[in-house]
Structure formats: structure tokens, C-alpha cells
Design a protein around this ligand. Structure first.
Ligand code: ZN
Length: 182
């Protein structure tokens, strides 16, 4: 991994609600209140003359707390899954950043994971500015690449040398151009 590959997307994003733990706390509070009311109800039921009115009131209160707990836990579930997706996205970006390797000769990026596939070059502007991995267009000239988004040409030293020789060959044999004089 090169110095260029690091700073890329590190500062993107950073927002995300702080209400995450709140819904869990609300759920716990509601559950605690329900338990406390259960104790009260049991106490009332254990008395010789059961106060039905008081028991009913406590049971209704318990129902409200249970519904609140259900809502709060539902919210917590959604928040946790959102955070999990965010984490997966960040890990994917980190893995991609580690995979992108800057080539000084040519001034473009390649992916370490694609080393077996031959040279697939990526536009440094597309990658560093927008976070997009857009393969550069190739041509019949080896080492010559073009970004169709930015209309920029990238050439390796070998490509420039190849073109120089082609030009010399072309000037020596006007009919051809592809002939090698070496
Ligand atoms: Zn580009």
C-alpha cells in the first residue's frame, strides 16, 4: 500500500445518529417498570380482599410499558442493522483502499487483487476524488491509457519509448510504420 492509497476516503462521512443506545435504554426502562408493577400486582393479589380495581389499573399500566418496550426494541433493531450496514460499507472501502496501488510510472492506480489479470489501470482522479474504480481505456499502443470521464491520457515510460521508436520507424519507411528497424 502506498502513501497515495491511504488518505483517500478516510474523511468521508462520519455522521450517524446518537439515538442508538437511547432506544435500548428506553426498552430497559419499560421492562424494569413492568417488573416493578408485577411485584405490586402480586402483592395486591396475595391480600385477603383483592382490590380488582387496583389490579386492573396496574395491569393496564403494565401493558403500556410492554408496548413501549416493544417499540423501543424495534427501533433498536433497525438502528443496529443500519449501523451494521454502515460498518460493512466502511470495511469494503478499507479493503478497496488497501487493494489500490499507485503506479508512479504512468501515474495511475492498479488493484493488487487483479495482478494476475494483466495490467488494468484505474484513473487516479476518479478514484481519489470520487472513490470510483473506473478502468482506463487501452489502445493498440502498449502502456497508453485514457480516462473517458476526465478525457485524460496516461502513459508509461515504456509507452513513450514505444511511440518514439514507432515515429522513427515511420519516418524511415514511409509506407509502413509498424516495421522494426532493430
Ligand atoms: Zn477519471
Amino acid at each position: 500500500m502506498t502513501a497515495h492509497g491511504r488518505e483517500g476516503l478516510a474523511n468521508s462521512d462520519g455522521k450517524g445518529g446518537t439515538k442508538g443506545p437511547m432506544s435500548v435504554i428506553a426498552g430497559l426502562t419499560a421492562a424494569k417498570a413492568t417488573l416493578e408493577l408485577t411485584t405490586k400486582v402480586m402483592d395486591l393479589l396475595n391480600r385477603p380482599n383483592v382490590d380488582v380495581h387496583a389490579v386492573r389499573g396496574h395491569v393496564q399500566e403494565m401493558l403500556i410499558h410492554v408496548v413501549n418496550a416493544q417499540v423501543a426494541l424495534g427501533e433498536a433493531h433497525v438502528e443496529i442493522s443500519d449501523l451494521r450496514h454502515e460498518l460493512e460499507d466502511r470495511e469494503a472501502i478499507k479493503a478497496l483502499e488497501a487493494d489500490m496501488d499507485f503506479r508512479v510510472d504512468g501515474g495511475f492506480f492498479v488493484r493488487k487483487s487483479e495482478a494476475q489479470k494483466g495490467l488494468i489501470a484505474y484513473c487516479p482522479v476518479c478514484w481519489k476524488k470520487d472513490g470510483h474504480t473506473i478502468p482506463l481505456r487501452t489502445s493498440e499502443t502498449p502502456g497508453w491509457y485514457h480516462c473517458s470521464v476526465h478525457n485524460t491520457v496516461f502513459e508509461t515510460a515504456a509507452s513513450r519509448e514505444y511511440q518514439r521508436r514507432q515515429a522513427i520507424a515511420g519516418s524511415r519507411s514511409p509506407g509502413g510504420g509498424s516495421g522494426s528497424w532493430m
